[in-house]
Write a protein that binds this ligand. Structure first.
Ligand code: NAI
Length: 462
């Protein structure tokens, strides 16, 4: 048993970042983690491994589709799946070991095992009960289930199983055209699988800018992904090697069956709070099953905080990190702050898709007057040279004040470009501020400036 200023339960991006900040602020800190490695879902079975597979499969796509036109001749590389999984595992290992190193450097104790909270100020790990002035729950999320779909993580998989399939399937059926379905669907499509995405709604990636949704779906179709829209999956039936997916088309209630070697269930995630003892503690939960917290990430039980996927808001690693830092500031007696209006979202397909702030729809719903500046990557020299001219940058600004309210990008390096707009929004910049900032030529970033110019007197290259 040991006494701490702070014990954090969970070592994902929310928990480990929170721990490092707590230690930097002089607090005696421990993190409880039951996995064999630190880093949570993101580093072990989420963001990081999926990015390794997206990168490798993108390289293959480039070799197959663009090399010859650039004067690079010869046989296209073939897929050595075992080696690709090794590359993915090495990527995970270097990242998780990096967190272990940072824990040692910052003198953070790793309490190995699954934690529970028997009472305020106490955390139980195995047979030991440790005490802490503050407890921060950062236990993340797990895949939601779907009635009629039994996951075995071999034939019918969630993102966890999809990251370590025995082989590349011939036919992959993806349930849900959200972030996970489209990222992992892209991976397997590029590696040669026939990918069919079944989506309940009539547009992919719910909540995203409508023009981006259309361009994105068109581009993915061009890449070979098939879509069945407006369809509710009823059930899956799996044997040892194959599965059948039954779905109903909403327009006429007709029932259909599609065969698959692998089925990926990607219909959302839910907070993971099992075994913590929240009920017995009397911690308030929201109707959606999230831990209810106040503006300072504190639950209704004094000294117990919660951050990340376990609470409200988008389930994003960087949102959890920001909350982790802010909650650390709070328990250290400072003021922590997260600007929830400026949290970017990125889909790491190719082209990438990125967004921040308001969409036209959310502004219409609020009855606010806005203007739009749009610029296609077709007018960007760098994008054209690199065969990456699909997509556009769209900036939405207040009609009266010109203040930037949001941005939506589909195109090369969208996930990097979005941060120029995030920074502009943090500083309350106008579209004109971005338009008057010198941008190096030739860069993809010029497309952002051109979209900002389009909010005013007009883009130059459009
Ligand atoms: P999601 O919420 O993004 O998408 C789920 C999709 O499934 C929706 O389009 C929904 O309409 C559809 N759906 C639901 N029930 C259905 C049914 N019965 N039949 C057909 N379609 C159905 O969920 P996803 O992709 O599982 O991601 C979970 C979370 O993980 C999200 O919050 C996401 O933000 C996060 N994530 C973020 C990543 C990133 O930032 N790049 C990468 C991976 C995950």
């Amino acid at each position: 048993m040991a006494n701490y200023d702070v014990i954090i339960i969970g070592s994902g991006p929310g928990g480990y970042v929170c721990a490092i900040r707590c230690a930097q602020l002089g607090l005696k800190t421990a993190v409880v983690e039951g996995r064999d490695t630190l880093g949570g879902t993101c580093l072990n079975i989420g963001c990081i491994p999926s990015k390794a597979l997206l990168h490798a499969s993108h390289m293959l796509h480039e070799a197959e589709h663009n090399f010859a036109a650039m004067g690079l001749k010869g046989k296209s590389p073939s897929v050595d799946w075992k080696q690709m999984l090794t590359y993915k595992q090495n990527t995970i290992d270097t990242n998780t070991k990096g967190i272990e190193f940072l824990f040692k450097k910052n003198k953070i104790d790793w309490l190995k095992g699954w934690g529970s909270i028997p009472a305020a100020g106490q955390v139980k790990v195995g047979d030991e009960v440790h005490t802490a002035k503050n407890i921060i729950i950062a236990t993340g999320s797990e895949p939601s289930s779907l009635p009629g779909v039994e996951v075995d993580e071999k034939i019918v998989v969630t993102s966890t199983g999809a990251l370590e399939l025995g082989k590349v399937p011939k036919k992959l059926v993806v349930i849900g055209a959200g972030v996970i379905g489209l990222e992992l669907g892209s991976v397997y499509s590029r590696l040669g699988a026939e990918v069919t995405v079944i989506e309940y709604l009539t547009a992919i990636t719910p909540g995203m800018d409508a023009e981006v949704q259309k361009t994105f779906q068109r581009t993915l179709k061009k890449q070979g992904l098939k879509f069945i829209m407006g369809a509710a999956v009823q059930k899956t039936e799996a044997s040892k090697t194959k599965a059948k997916v039954t779905y109903k088309l909403l327009k006429d209630d007709s029932e259909h069956v599609i065969d698959a070697d692998t089925v990926l269930l990607a219909t959302g995630r839910k907070p993971f709070t099992d075994g913590l003892g929240l009920d017995a503690l009397g911690i308030n939960m929201t109707k959606q099953g999230q831990i209810d917290v106040d503006a300072h990430w504190q639950t209704n039980v004094s000294g117990i905080y919660a951050i990340g996927d376990a609470i409200r808001g988008p389930m994003l690693a960087h949102k959890a990190e920001d909350e982790g830092m802010a909650a650390a500031e709070q328990v250290a007696g400072r003021q922590g702050h997260v600007n929830y209006n400026v949290i970017p979202g990125v889909i790491y397909t190719w082209p990438e898709v990125a967004n921040v702030g308001e969409t036209e729809q959310t502004l219409k719903d609020q009855g606010r007057a806005y203007k739009v500046g749009k610029f296609p990557f077709m007018g960007n020299g760098r994008a054209k040279a690199n065969f990456m001219s699909d997509g556009f940058v769209k900036i939405i600004a207040d009609k009266e004040t010109d203040r930037i309210l949001g941005a939506h990008i589909i195109g090369p390096a969208a996930g990097e470009l979005i941060h120029e707009i995030c920074m502009a929004m943090e500083f309350g910049a106008s579209a004109e501020d971005v338009a008057l900032t010198c941008h190096a030529h030739p860069t993809y970033s010029e497309a952002v400036r051109e979209a900002a110019l389009a909010c005013g007197d007009g883009a130059i290259h459009a």
